[in-house]
Design a protein around this ligand. Sequence first.
Ligand SMILES: Nc1ncnc2c1ncn2[C@@H]1O[C@H](COP(=O)(O)OP(=O)(O)OP(=O)(O)O)[C@@H](O)[C@H]1O
Ligand SMILES: [Mg+2]
Length: 320
Amino acid sequence: MSEPSPTTETTESESTDTNDPTSTRTAATASMSGTSTTTGESEEELREEWTDYQFAGETHVAAENLDVHYGDDHALKDISIDIPSESVTALIGPSGCGKSTFLRCINRMNDRIRAAEVDGSVEVDGVEIYQDGVDLVELRKRVGMVFQQPNPFPKSIRDNVSYGPRKHGDIRTGLIDRLLGRGESDAELELVERALKRAALYDEVSDRLGDNALGLSGGQQQRLCIARALATDPDVLLMDEPASALDPIATSKIEDLITDLSEEYTVVIVTHNMQQAARISDQTAVFLTGGHLVEYDDTDKIFENPESQRVEDYISGRFG
Ligand SMILES: Nc1ncnc2c1ncn2[C@@H]1O[C@H](COP(=O)(O)OP(=O)(O)OP(=O)(O)O)[C@@H](O)[C@H]1O
Ligand SMILES: [Mg+2]
């Protein structure tokens, strides 16, 4: 059986379903005129300023006029959003509104879904990723992904973490060995340890790196998957409901880890847990039924005083 590749990705089953400090972007979706709210109480225009969000810092990922179809299903409609670097951006919204689809656009995972057709632009570090000649392996090294269900390989803890760098030849190039005058296996161990430490797992597994990863708890497995993603030295981490299969204590560890990682990485996280989005994210993008990005702003603003009535209804649990 072939293994998922590269490490920053997921299981095969998933693949089938699933420096401008005042950077701004005008929402291309200028109007949703005629669209009823889910509650059916009123209609509202999608105002540009609800997604025309200004943040401090640099833009790391920028989508513009992004549309995704699965056959006749228009899953994402004209999404334009800038995502700032070294912060946590939460994507929230009801089931089926396109959050996972959007996340998969950022590392072109939708390319693996035969029915998916992506139109529009996504730039990572200012470089268009939807153009000919883009090296998808390289892209997915730089844009790592973690999924709802922890999906470690049935290998040792150590081999899970070193899988990506080995596959990409980062260890074989021997750069670290040459610099440090060490052998290949020392370099690999160093890399494994560093990734496990960054994922806040090292202390729990340091004495059993050779054990099978499937023997770890769910929360440990998820942190191992994060370590595996970190091992290829990405700068963007996409997380699709990474804690929804975990108990509160394991969830809290993942949340603390995400907060720490956001000092170094650009984290984009899908969550159905409003409290989690409010706790850990710096900015929140609300997608609503129909595949629209309705509002994007500082997380506090979204949760305390959203502009859109539909967002208010969704957040207060009146629908979704
Ligand atoms: N692989 C696929 N093939 C066909 N249609 C798909 C596929 N993945 C998603 N869709 C469709 O695209 C739309 C958006 O799905 P998506 O999984 O992105 O939503 P989501 O917001 O992540 O939902 P959830 O919160 O349930 O995970 C849905 O109508 C869904 O049926
Ligand atoms: Mg999803």
